[in-house]
Design a protein around this ligand. Structure first.
Ligand SMILES: Nc1nc2c(c(=O)[nH]1)N[C@H]1C(S)=C(S)[C@@H](COP(=O)(O)OP(=O)(O)OC[C@H]3O[C@@H](n4cnc5c(=O)[nH]c(N)nc54)[C@H](O)[C@@H]3O)O[C@H]1N2
Ligand SMILES: Nc1nc2c(c(=O)[nH]1)N[C@H]1C(S)=C(S)[C@@H](COP(=O)(O)OP(=O)(O)OC[C@H]3O[C@@H](n4cnc5c(=O)[nH]c(N)nc54)[C@H](O)[C@@H]3O)O[C@H]1N2
Ligand SMILES: [Mo]
Length: 765
């Protein structure tokens, strides 16, 4: 490894260059990035950090007593063992589970973001390993968009088609008159793109639209969800009620005869059903919605007037559907855009998730980007991803999903690489009980996350900065040579090497590696892109030249509005993939499932958990501004945003005052499920009655002095909201994650403060 040279690399939060002098790593954003993400500042702290897993580790209880149900997970100590010993034992255990209980007894859903490189992508590696060695129970959908992923193909189009490649930022800058953003389009969120992002264009595009006279309307409990520069009109809505506002906007537009009857007739299906619901008692008018949403009826009527003229774009952030009945605002936003007749127009209509992620709203590359080869999974067993604790706690239990009744498999072994369920799942104390049911839990991670601390076997992975890879995504034009920047930490190994060694022990080594080294895989993966470039007659440098240059700009397809624009122009010739081929503003298919919590048209349903006397606040647990999820939580930028080492909860002064909470106080957020500490920040940028605590502070369970009966994990000392969130599906239809919203109480914490000690390896007992 050559040190002290400037090298290219990439993270989900941006392309960068870095220089390592043998001690320190200096990181600089890519010179072509107009608005780099400050999350880059977390990277240098990772080098040699005490949170790293330095050598393979096994949980004592598992190593000494063997596999089996064990509430000691999360509580036991660890000991270091050799790679040879741990790989032998793990291969043996995998074989035992499969031969005793069948291949579906291995859970390899392994949800998570891992790192940006396309070869060393931990999930892809693990799935391939589990597939070639016999198969596994997989997961479907994501925590990000679980409700929308099941709904959108039924009502509008494929998930990628209506997030990535429909309305682009260039179109917003050039064409949109009114941007109606439900949940906003926070720059903190679009800073992140799966596979990396070379140019953060969102701020510039919004500013250009604003300079042209476009109006931005922010519907959100939090003001910073749109950048200050766009001067948005802020409608601080009560969380979880957006569909009521959407219904009232439709009602008002229709009552005044300003809906697009032609578009509804020629391009939509189910309008009669929806129309009937809008006007049936109680009429879904502005006064009705005002009582539910907390937004003035006059403001709703004024907004309905505004959006019916000119080019209007409705966006719905992913957060809205990460909640109970989360399908409804996605459907409501689609239907609203259809009523306005705007779907498929440049800069108009509906773009699901625009602004939630940096890889949305951009033209598509004209050539495929490198990706690691999948292997077919011979087992056809799956769960919707966020139902993992239900599966472990109720093997053989039944549940509804997408029109079918399904049965949970009996999983004995779970395997995780590149994800952190003890960050991302809801109700972490319940997840701990679920994981206790396993025979064996194997985790690959570079750092001692809360998940690693629940594993029986911890396999130390290299970090992305310790290996060569290729960064790419289909909606970013830059292919990046991700070069190794620093030496490998301790005994860490690439996931590929670990899984190759295990595959060999299980007799499938050749099938897993196809005889390639990691470097040979990179060349192989790059070759697909090179060939496609050559076929188009474009410059197609060979791998060595690409690597030498550090990057390659790919050609892009025209920014033509994609499937929605083609459908608008010719609904018969380019039908949508929905049951009718049209926009389903109502759906006989979904109605046919008979789910009251997701009926056959967008509808308002009361949530079954909402603030009440005991738990008077909505807690919004949104994505953190200072990191990606839980990754590099110990990094300089993430740590710098904490107060006294704890995550910050935002609270309105009118709420804090009567509770005797001052800025900087440590508070306890709690409900029946558990509690977490956080440091209070008082701000009037939040709707009263709402608290906001981002995700990602590593779970630090300890006893709660206010509720000792909960045992040793009643309180998170650090500020992880999943200590209190609810583990339940969005509806019987989609079963998406509902982590964004839950009801809590808040009080000042006047007990001695428990230390936060999770950013280092657990002590040997
Ligand atoms: N309450 C609440 N909860 C939520 C959400 C919410 O809004 N509210 N949002 C949800 C959403 S949208 C998401 S996407 C999830 C995110 O949840 P995750 O994707 O699970 O979160 P990350 O912190 O990105 O976890 C990635 C893990 O991979 C590890 N890693 C990185 N590189 C490598 C590698 O090369 N090899 C290996 N083996 N490991 C690696 C990191 O150290 C880290 O532990 O959280 C969800 N949880
Ligand atoms: N910096 C950073 N960016 C990220 C990520 C990260 O971890 N860090 N994660 C990435 C991932 S994996 C994903 S899936 C996306 C997620 O993208 P989103 O889900 O859009 O992101 P969030 O920040 O969770 O939510 C956006 C905003 O929605 C608002 N909101 C919450 N509930 C409601 C509601 O009921 N109604 C309305 N109108 N607004 C509401 C909140 O104020 C919140 O700030 O973010 C991506 N971007
Ligand atoms: Mo996500």
């Amino acid at each position: 490894m050559i040190i002290d040279a400037e090298k290219t690399h990439s993270a989900h939060w941006g392309v960068f260059t870095a220089r390592y002098d043998g001690r320190r790593l200096r990181v600089r954003p890519h010179p072509g990035d107009p608005d780099p993400s400050p999350v880059l500042d977390n990277i240098p702290s990772a080098v040699g950090h005490p949170a790293r897993v330095a050598a393979p580790a096994v949980r004592r209880g598992w190593w000494e007593r063997g596999p089996g149900r064990d509430p000691g997970r999360g509580r036991d100590g660890y000991r270091t063992v050799s790679w040879e010993a741990v790989l032998d034992r793990l291969a043996e255990e995998t074989h035992r589970v499969r031969s005793t209980h069948g291949d579906e007894a291995v859970y390899g859903g392994s949800y998570g973001w891992a790192s940006a490189g396309r070869f060393h992508h931990a999930q892809g590696q693990l799935h391939r390993f589990l597939a070639v060695t016999g198969g596994y129970t997989r997961s479907v959908n994501s925590y990000s968009g679980g409700a929308a992923e099941v709904l959108l193909p039924q009502i509008l189009g494929g998930f990628d088609a209506v997030t990535r490649y429909a309305v682009t930022w260039d179109q917003v800058a050039a064409h949109t008159d009114t941007v109606l953003a439900f949940g906003g389009m926070a720059l903190k969120n679009s800073g992140i793109a799966a596979g990396g992002v070379s140019r953060h264009v969102e701020r510039g595009a919004m500013r250009a639209a604003r300079d042209r006279g476009a109006m931005f309307v922010l519907v959100s409990p939090l003001r910073p969800d749109l950048p200050e520069e766009v001067d948005a009109t802020w409608l601080p809505i009560r969380p979880g009620t957006d569909v009521a506002l959407m219904l009232a906007l439709m009602h008002t537009v229709v009552a005044e005869g300003r809906h697009d009857t032609d578009f509804l007739a020629s391009h939509c299906d189910g309008w009669e059903t929806l129309r009937e619901y809008l006007f049936a008692a109680p009429a879904k008018d502005a006064a009705w919605a005002s009582a539910i949403t907390g937004i003035d009826a006059s403001a709703i009527r004024e907004l309905a007037w505004r959006i019916a003229y000119g080019r209007t774009l409705v966006t719905v952030a992913q957060s809205l559907q990460r909640a109970e009945h989360g399908e409804q605002p996605v459907w409501g936003g689609t239907a609203l855009a259809a009523v306005l007749g705007q779907i498929g127009l440049p800069g108009g209509g509906f773009n699901y998730g625009l602004g939630s992620l940096g890889h949305y709203g951009r033209p598509r590359n004209a050539v495929p980007v490198p990706s690691f080869s999948r292997a077919p999974n011979p087992v056809n067993s799956f769960i919707p991803v966020a139902r993992v604790a239900d599966m472990l706690l109720h093997p053989g239990g039944t549940y509804d999903y997408d029109g079918a009744e399904r049965t949970y498999p009996h999983v004995r072994m779970a395997w995780w690489a590149g994800g952190n369920p003890f960050h991302h799942h809801q109700d972490l104390r319940r997840l701990r009980r679920a994981v206790a049911e396993l025979d064996t839990f194997a985790v690959h991670d570079p750092v001692w996350t809360a998940t690693a601390r629940h594993a029986d076997v911890v396999l130390p992975s290299t970090m992305t900065i310790e290996r060569d890879d290729i960064g790419a995504t289909s909606s970013d034009a830059l292919l990046v040579a991700m070069k190794q920047l620093v030496p490998v930490h301790g005994e860490a190994r690439d996931d590929y090497d670990v899984l190759s060694a295990l595959a060999h022990r299980l007799g499938h080594g050749e099938a897993f590696t196809e005889g390639r080294t990691a470097h040979e895989w990179l060349v192989h993966m790059y070759d697909r892109t090179r060939k496609a470039l050559a076929d188009r007659g474009e410059p197609a440098p060979d791998f060595e030249e690409f690597w030498e240059r550090g990057e390659l700009e790919l050609p892009r397809r025209p920014d033509d509005g994609g499937v929605l624009a083609r459908f608008r122009a010719d609904p018969e010739g380019h039908p949508l993939p929905t049951p009718s081929g049209r926009v389903q503003v109502g759906s006989a298919t979904i109605a046919g499932h008979g789910y009251d919590d997701c009926p056959g048209h967008p509808a308002w349903r009361e949530p079954t958990e909402a603030p009440d006397e005991r738990h008077p606040f909505w807690l919004v647990s949104n994505q953190p501004a200072t990191r990606l999820h839980s990754q590099l939580d110990f990094g300089a930028h993430s740590s710098g945003s904490k107060r006294s080492g704890r995550e910050v909860v935002r609270i309105h002064p009118d709420d804090a005052g009567p509770l005797g909470i001052a800025d900087g106080d440590v508070v306890r957020l709690h409900n029946d499920r558990g509690a977490t500490l956080a440091a209070a920040r008082l701000t009037d940028d939040i709707r009263p009655g709402v608290l906001q605590l981002p995700t990602g502070a590593w779970w630090a369970p300890t006893a709660d002095p206010e509720r000792p009966e909960l045992g040793d994990d009643g309180l998170c000392a650090h500020g992880n909201p999943n200590a209190v969130t609810r583990d339940r599906g969005s509806s019987r239809f989609a079963q998406g994650c509902t982590g964004q919203l839950c009801a809590v109480a808040v009080s000042r914490f006047d007990h001695p403060l428990p230390a936060v000690e999770v950013h280092r390896a657990p002590e040997a007992p």
